[in-house]
Design a protein around this ligand. Structure first.
Ligand SMILES: Cc1ncc(COP(=O)(O)O)c(C=O)c1O
Ligand SMILES: [Zn+2]
Length: 454
């Protein structure tokens, strides 16, 4: 099967398997700030994932998700199409993971997923229902972010092993972040021996900066230029990309390949649900740039398509009141589509929105929150998430600072050492329980995505 990426804005397609472009990251018509790209939402979207072929639903505990779910990864299909054997692919993943473990103390392994009695009881669930937590706090570099980047790094190494690129002339990788994504990128780049630039704001967290610097990445401090709007670190990254830096990001608009690595989180949940003969009624995800939600939705959609799950759970998102561009876009699109739109109407409205992006998505002014990992001023991967919420009757939850702090305390009380960003999904669950959108016997999946940094 070919791996094709399709732009949801202009319908351009990119075949990932051919030898032409070793870095098929962006829509060929994406050109930030160029009026030629108009108001089109150029985001390459991977083809739906096939979970009917070799998807493991048992015995995955403790194993490397990039090995056990390799048949669901475009990088694997690409490796095979380029002539690499199964063993050669496993060697790429295994060697990289060993070096990650040496740097970070652990490599990638399926993360815990279980019903939290403490959280379920605190929210008044009955024994049939409850809150199942996917706990990413112990993952590589302390969050789920490494998954996105591991997926990209495997692609880069597949290109090299297949002889498409020269290991002696590795382009510099770049990411705009001063949090979990920067830490993940620094570990991954160091493990693989790729040069990395990390674009950070002037007020970047010193602990993160130090760790990223210790891992050998170059830190580029980005001051806001007079009259400049939007995120200055992103602007500088885009300038870097224009001069040859490769986007090593957790944003699908800049690197579509980052979505599939993120989908391993959803694959793990699906595998656990199937193994336990369980279903989920709701999935609640905190959203910054939107790649995590997009990747998770993709895994659930694939599971439904393959008949592993009956239907996609209701997808709910959580953003802080101090930065809620996705909720703003969803409200607007839902108003246009009316109550209970058909699937066809949803597709039509989404297709129109993809060509009028700025009607729905524009930078949030002065984003701020205690959940500092999800204050992206725009949701880059927004359309797939909005569509999924519309199709499943989801809610775009906007959480107050008090609600986020309450969820943070509740997570710690239940034994999850999460940051306020990592526990933000729980603020959404609590709110939906209060509003009775979630009932006492409903089964809810929540992602606790990042650990508190000391
Ligand atoms: C811990 C944590 N959770 C969730 C998110 C949200 O992910 P995304 O930006 O893909 O929406 C982020 C980063 O943005 C994060 O650092
Ligand atoms: Zn496009």
């Amino acid at each position: 099967m070919e791996s094709v990426l399709t732009c949801s804005g202009c319908a351009a397609t990119v075949n990932v398997d051919d030898r032409g472009d070793p870095y098929p990251f962006r829509c060929p018509n994406f050109d930030a700030g160029d009026s030629a790209s108009g108001d089109v939402d150029h985001v390459l979207v991977p083809a739906p994932v096939d979970l009917s072929d070799g998807f493991p639903t048992a015995g995955i505990e403790g194993r490397n998700p990039f090995e056990v779910f390799r048949r669901q990864l475009g990088s694997y299909r690409r490796a095979r199409a380029l002539g690499l054997s199964d063993g050669a692919y496993l060697e790429i993943v295994g060697r990289l993971d060993d070096r990650i473990a040496a740097l970070d103390g652990k490599g990638f392994a399926v993360t815990p997923f279980y019903r939290s009695g403490a959280i379920s009881d605190a929210l008044g669930f009955d024994p049939a229902g409850g809150v199942w937590v996917k706990d990413e706090t112990g993952n590589v570099s302390g969050s789920h972010k490494g998954r996105h980047l591991m997926g990209v790094m495997i692609h880069l190494l597949v290109s090299e092993t297949a002889g498409l690129t020269d290991p002696a002339r590795r382009p510099t990788l770049g990411i705009a972040s001063c949090g979990n994504a920067a830490l993940g990128a620094a570990v991954l780049a160091r493990a693989a021996g790729w040069p990395l630039k990390v674009y950070v704001p002037t007020d970047a967290d010193a602990t993160v900066r130090d760790r990223v610097g210790d891992l050998g990445a170059e830190i580029v401090v980005c001051e806001r230029q007079p009259g400049e709007t939007g995120d200055p670190t992103l602007r500088r990254l885009l300038d870097g990309i224009d001069s040859g830096v490769l986007a090593f990001t957790c944003q699908g608009n800049l690197n579509a390949l980052s979505i599939e690595g993120g989908s391993t989180l959803g694959f793990e949940i699906v595998a656990s649900l199937v193994e336990g003969s369980m279903t989920a009624d709701h999935v609640v995800v905190q959203v910054g740039g939107g790649a995590l939600a997009t990747a998770t939705i993709r895994a659930f959609d694939g599971a439904v398509e393959a008949g592993l799950l009956g239907e996609t759970p209701r997808i709910h998102t959580v953003q802080p009141a101090g930065a809620a561009p996705l909720a703003r876009a969803y409200t607007k699109l839902r108003m246009l589509a009316g109550d209970h739109p058909s699937r066809r109407d949803i597709e039509l409205h989404a297709a129109r929105a993809a060509r009028q992006r700025s009607e729905y998505m524009w930078p949030w002014e002065h984003p701020a929150s205690v959940a500092s990992g999800i204050i992206d001023d725009e949701t880059y991967d927004w359309l797939a998430v909005v569509k999924a919420m519309m199709k499943t009757g989801g809610t775009a939850i906007v959480a107050s600072e008090g609600e986020l702090l309450g969820a943070h305390a509740a997570a710690h009380a239940a034994g999850f050492p999460a940051s306020p960003t990592g526990s933000a999904g729980l603020a959404g669950v609590a709110k939906l329980v209060r509003e009775a959108t979630i009932g006492a016997s409903d089964r809810v999946v929540v992602l606790v995505t990042g650990a508190e940094r000391g």
